[in-house]
Design a protein around this ligand. Structure first.
Ligand code: GTR
Length: 397
């Protein structure tokens, strides 16, 4: 039977979320110490075992090849294009990173995120290279520029770095192992991830961590103020990267939906069965056991958001993005709030308000949220909120 999505609050079944602040042994988690030593590791292990797979067992070392650098945007900024090559032979996999940074006497905070169609599509800057790796469809220069308002980001004092996600793992059930996954021996026969083997989303997150390794050594960037950001499937990868790698000081999920920020147990819009059938290479093999069995999943996505604590995390939705279940994204953000109280931020839930905020209004403090009017996309209006949120946490602390 083809999958038929349900929409509307009346379609949401009654459900109980798995508990955030109770350990598997049944003990209440009452302190930040208990969270860090007991509950956080438990939840991370459950997400690895049942959803995303364990982090890739691959050699994280790379060599840096500077491909190009120069002034950008009327000499107000600097651009650098580097290849991070994993291995010494010419066929070794690589990530081609594009970095813009403002001219500044001090180390600056930065955003890091994946792009869908190649670095050259994020800007009309003619010097930016298109991907050398596997690419599903050639896209013209600047085609996704709307998602990357570089000049505004730079004017706000941030650096910004991106790479084509296909460098890390081509987004195809047949080819996803042809990127960084070549660094790890396949754990099983067959084209798709099985058991708790990491799928493409875990490789995208792993690639983000390697780009963070590079940015952390970069003197003009403040390694303690690097945010990971992602739209849609890249929002799922950004949340996973933030959960796995606590060096990311701030995490932004835009329209990440199913297996991103949205609660799976609401069972509206995209469901686990739909995502596993259309994208069988994204998650680990074990995740397929929960097709149409959301109640059996030992975790839900509020717990993924909670793994960011006490770091600031921002969840964004769009009014027409019913497939991603904006209400489920908002409710997951609210349900993650109690863990922040353990870290001395008791007001996080109250700051998110009592129910969905009006469109285009940002709410929250350490967990931020807005729902933008319009379609599934990441636009300058979203960045306006992200810049304000990151500015508040990075620049006024
Ligand atoms: C959809 C998928 C979503 C979301 C989206 C995207 O087809 O069902 O989960 O990831 O793609 O990445 O744009």
């Amino acid at each position: 039977m083809p999958f038929v999505p349900l929409y509307g609050e009346e379609s949401v079944p009654a459900f109980c979320l798995p508990e955030l602040l109770r350990s598997e042994a049944g003990h209440a988690i009452e302190t930040a110490g208990q969270w860090n030593t007991v509950r956080r590791p438990e939840l991370l292990r459950l997400f690895r075992e049942h959803v995303y797979g364990f982090p890739p067992a691959a050699d994280p070392h790379f060599r840096v090849e500077i491909r190009e650098s120069g002034f950008a945007f009327g000499r107000n900024a600097l651009r650098e294009q580097v290849r991070l090559r994993f291995g010494s032979d010419g066929r070794a996999p690589f990530i081609d990173l594009l970095l813009y940074r403002p001219r500044s006497p001090h180390p600056v905070p930065a955003f890091l995120g994946l792009n869908f169609k190649g670095n050259h599509t994020t800007t009309f800057d003619p010097v930016v290279f298109s991907p050398a790796s596997w690419v599903s469809e050639a896209a013209p220069h600047g085609a996704q520029q709307r998602r990357w308002p570089y000049e505004r980001i730079l004017e706000a004092g941030f650096a910004v770095a991106t790479f084509y996600y296909g460098d890390a793992a081509p987004d195809s059930p047949l080819h996803w192992r042809e990127g960084l996954a070549r660094l790890a021996p396949a754990q099983h026969e067959g084209p798709l991830p099985t058991g708790n083997e990491p799928g493409a989303v875990a490789w995208w997150a792993w690639g983000l961590s390697r780009a963070l390794d590079y940015l952390s050594t970069y003197p003009a960037i403040d390694s303690r103020r690097i945010a990971v950001i992602g739209h849609s499937r890249h929002g799922k990868a950004a949340l996973l990267a933030g959960a796995e790698d606590e060096r990311f000081a701030l995490v932004i999920s835009n329209d990440s939906g199913c297996t991103g920020a949205a609660l799976s147990r609401r069972r509206i819009g995209e469901r686990i069965v739909a995502i596993n059938e259309r994208f069988p290479h994204w998650f680990c093999g074990n995740y397929h056991r929960f097709n149409e069995k959301e109640d059996r999943l030992p975790v839900d996505q509020h717990q993924l958001i909670a793994l960011m604590a006490p770091r600031p995390v921002y969840i964004a939705s769009a009014t027409n993005d019913h497939w991603a279940d904006p209400v489920g994204e908002y409710q997951a953000a609210v349900a993650a709030a109690p863990v922040y109280a353990l870290f001395g931020f008791p007001q996080v839930a109250a700051a998110l308000g009592n129910g969905m905020p009006a469109p285009d209004t940002s709410v929250g403090d350490r967990i931020g949220y807005h729902i933008r009017t319009g379609d599934h996309d990441m636009l300058a209006e979203d960045w306006r909120h992200f810049l304000r949120f990151a500015g508040r946490h990075f620049c006024e602390a």
